[in-house]
Design a protein around this ligand. Structure first.
Ligand SMILES: *Cc1c(COP(=O)(O)O)cnc(C)c1O
Length: 217
């Protein structure tokens, strides 16, 4: 596992951040990767994240990468570093409210739907732009929109994946003209090299580090 981790790191240009996706894997494995120097981990379920957070070092920067229900924001608001999976305005309003309550700023990425599949969560492109505009106008004062997150269609067709990542990079660049965005999160174990080629500066890698998950989430 630590060899996998080092191998992935060696493939990342220095401007690309690695979010180690530890969902379904036990805290012992996370600790092992942490001991190699990794500080940023991603989880996709609130309950699992809360349980792990209690047991692991406090300087871990936890990213939530899975669909978040509005009524669960309160459980992660005290400690979450970044919520990558903001897929509705209602959710953003709740994050803002909880951030205020805990007197902190919560970083978020807007998850934009770029895949062909209908099943993926995410904002339509126009919705992401509208929310960003409201943010620039002063709505959501307790939130910091750091950038965009996207998932490509699950396919072997590299051109399709490339097309989708390139689209998100274009949206990212366009929005950055209004206010500089920092993070473009695209790419997972199977497609992170393509994502980086297309402009990703943050990748979410799980199984290529931790091995295959026992159950599919
Ligand atoms: C599980 C997950 C990943 C990591 O997937 P791997 O294929 O295991 O690298 C990345 N992003 C999201 C949103 C995920 O749910």
């Amino acid at each position: 596992m630590t060899d996998n981790y080092k191998n992935i790191l060696s493939k990342l240009p220095s401007h690309v951040e690695l979010v180690a996706v530890s969902k379904t894997h036990p805290v012992e494995m996370i600790q092992q990767i942490y001991d190699q120097g990794q500080k940023v981990f991603g989880e996709n379920k609130v309950q699992e994240l809360v349980e792990k957070q209690l047991l692991l070092p406090k300087d871990i920067q936890w990213h939530l990468i899975g669909h978040l229900q509005t009524n669960k924001v309160k459980y992660i608001a005290p400690f979450i570093n970044t919520i990558q999976s903001v897929d509705s305005e209602k959710l953003l309003e709740e994050i803002d409210k909880q951030a205020e309550k805990y007197k902190r700023k919560i970083k978020v990425l807007l998850q934009v739907k770029i895949a062909e599949e209908k099943t993926k969560f995410g904002l339509e492109i126009h919705e992401a732009k509208e929310i960003f505009q409201e943010y620039l106008n002063g709505k959501f004062p307790n939130i910091e929109i750091k950038g965009l997150m996207g998932m490509a269609t699950f396919t072997d067709d590299k051109n399709q994946v490339k097309k989708e990542f390139t689209l998100l990079k274009q949206i990212f660049d366009k929005m950055s003209l209004q206010r500089k965005l920092e993070t473009l999160s695209m790419g997972m174990s199977d497609d992170f090299p393509v994502a980086i080629e297309c402009g990703a500066n943050s990748v979410r890698v799980g199984s290529a580090i931790f091995g295959h998950r026992n159950y599919n989430l």
